[in-house]
Design a protein around this ligand. Structure first.
Ligand SMILES: [Zn+2]
Length: 170
């Protein structure tokens, strides 16, 4: 199965995407690695509730997620956490205040291209003076859900479901 119809170098259709990872053109020999992308997600707990976001768009539209996103080039995962919380929720937490929790692989299909990600999950404390302002293009709403009432089947991604399950078992 290939999700690129034509080789981007020679235009041949004689190509294959092996294990959703290694694109190879059998005519010109081009090889392209569709590598695993790093992404982050942040668990924020307050008064025995966890902060979830509701996704505005696919994949997982209208489903629960944690704040986070893809790591930019040359960025640390902690910097991604800090940047994404500011962009999505207008919450300011410095990169040094994120504590690593777990990593889990995930599948993320965006506009028909399947990406494999490694989701790095962190925890953080919500600042006292936090005033949420949502980036509506990405986040439809936020929801504080009691740790005893989290509907795992409403969580968009398997990596986040696993993470939450492990977090609740602590
Ligand atoms: Zn080619």
């Amino acid at each position: 199965m290939s999700f690129f119809k034509y080789c981007p170098q020679c235009g041949s259709q004689n190509n294959e995407f092996i294990h959703q990872r290694r694109f190879e053109c059998f005519d010109c020999g081009m090889v392209y690695f569709h590598n695993v992308a790093t992404a982050v997600a942040v668990i924020i707990e307050r008064e025995k509730k966890i902060l979830f976001t509701i996704r505005s768009k696919e994949p997982g539209k209208n489903m629960l997620d944690l704040p986070g996103g893809f790591t930019d080039p040359d960025e640390t995962a902690e910097e991604t956490c800090s940047r994404e919380l500011k962009e999505e929720l207008n919450i300011h937490i410095s990169p040094s205040n994120f504590k690593f929790f777990k990593s889990h692989p995930n599948d993320y299909t965006f506009k028909n291209i399947p990406y494999k990600t490694e989701d790095m999950i962190y925890t953080a404390i919500l600042p006292e003076d936090a005033k949420f302002q949502l980036e509506k293009e990405e986040i439809k709403d936020i929801k504080w859900i009691s740790k005893t009432e989290i509907p795992l089947d409403k969580i968009a991604f398997k990596s986040i479901r696993k993470t939450i399950t492990e977090y609740l078992a602590l």
